[in-house]
Design a binder for this molecule. Structure first.
Ligand code: UT7
Length: 332
């Protein structure tokens, strides 16, 4: 593949799938255990219930199920890019195990960790593989078992996070066709890393000095403000690069962190409330799985249909954030 030709290859969405654990955790169950109420959680976050993995079920299981659904029967991919910050092991990455379970032979496979922005980062990584001629069909998965990072005694994080997986299959195609991704806008700000932080478990502090150090600590209000500002800023940047006006966007699929964040961001952008796609009431914040799960639910309930112009935008720990656009394709 010549370099000139490869510059014209776009990554086109060709499959979509989601995976949720069966076990539902309601607000009432959380309120029975922690100092909170169903009413507080609903009104402050928009969440009614979330899913939690069964004992023995992990990120690789959710990634496999979502990936299989996106591949479809007889589907093939020559690369797997898996966005997760809750890999089954610290080493090796989870993606090669998922590729093996899906029967993808010796497919290129790697994990991408940009936490809740991971799926958009993984789409960009996969689009780069396709543009560079290194892959023809890439399975992009976002899967997280975030409940493994949540302190069961922390009322700030327990109500918010849930487990899930979502995936899209990308194939090489033409920039102008329906389903073609891009441009991308991606950023980070490591100076604010401690706003959402897990102290121990990595190389800096392998064994937690304090048992609670293996859990995520979140400065909720500061993260809320950053999420709204960065998703709005990135959305504007990507629309500008794409040559789209805000009014061109039919569906705004933002990271499902809090319904108030989605609504505030849409309002800042001047987007109508009915453009906002959300399934947060049923799944909570599923981190890297959030955007593909929202897409899968929106397609299933008819909210998202072929021809809709879609803006994807995400924000997460790191801090990281990013956006892309596409016109939704017909999927078989
Ligand atoms: O995926 C990216 C990462 N995460 C996010 O994007 C999450 C971003 N942050 C948020 O969604 C919100 O900040 C939260 C939902 C975490 C918190 O909502 P908030 O409106 O920012 O509430 P707050 O932290 O300002 O707390 C308001 C009050 C406080 O009480 P006082 O000081 O006013 O008496 C909190 O102690 O609500 C209290 N509070 C709770 N009350 C009942 C905090 N958590 C709870 C709770 N139940 N679960």
């Amino acid at each position: 593949m010549s370099a000139v030709r490869s510059q014209h290859r776009a990554a086109v969405v060709a499959g979509l799938g989601g995976a949720l654990p069966e076990h539902v955790v309601t607000n009432h169950e959380i309120a029975a255990r922690l100092d909170t109420t169903d009413e507080w959680i609903r009104t402050r976050t928009g969440i009614r219930e979330r899913r939690r993995v069964a004992p023995g079920q992990s990120t690789v299981d959710l990634a496999e199920e979502a990936g299989r659904a996106a591949l479809g029967p007889d589907g093939h991919a020559d690369a797997v890019v898996l966005a997760t910050s809750t890999a089954d092991q610290l080493c090796p990455a989870t993606a090669p195990q998922v590729a093996a379970r899906l029967g993808l032979g010796t497919a290129l496979a790697l994990d991408v960790n940009a936490v809740c922005s991971g799926f958009v980062y993984a789409l960009a990584t996969a689009a780069g593989f396709i543009a560079g001629g290194m892959a023809e069909r890439v399975l992009v998965i976002g899967a997280d078992v975030f409940t493994s990072l949540v302190d069961p005694d922390d009322r700030t994080t327990v109500p918010i996070f849930g487990d899930g997986g979502g995936a899209v299959l990308l194939r090489a195609g033409e920039p102008g066709e329906r389903g073609a991704l891009g441009p991308f806008d991606l950023h980070s700000e490591g100076e604010l890393a401690k706003l959402l932080w897990v102290e121990a478990g990595g190389a800096a502090q392998r064994v937690p000095e304090n048992p609670k150090d293996r859990f995520m600590v979140m400065q909720g209000t500061a993260v809320f403000r950053q999420a709204c500002a960065r998703m709005a800023e990135s959305s504007r940047a990507v629309l500008d690069q794409a040559g789209w006006m805000v009014g061109d966007v039919d569906r705004f699929v933002g990271h499902q962190a809090n319904i108030r964040i989605l609504q505030a961001t849409a309002k800042q952008l001047g987007m109508p409330a009915d453009a906002v796609v959300s399934n947060i009431d049923r799944v909570g914040n599923t981190s890297a799985a959030s955007i593909p799960l929202a897409l899968a639910d929106a397609v299933a309930d008819g909210t998202l249909t072929p021809g809709h112009r879609v803006l994807l935008t995400a924000f997460g720990a790191g801090l990281t954030w990013g956006s892309t656009v596409l016109t939704w394709p017909e999927l078989s």
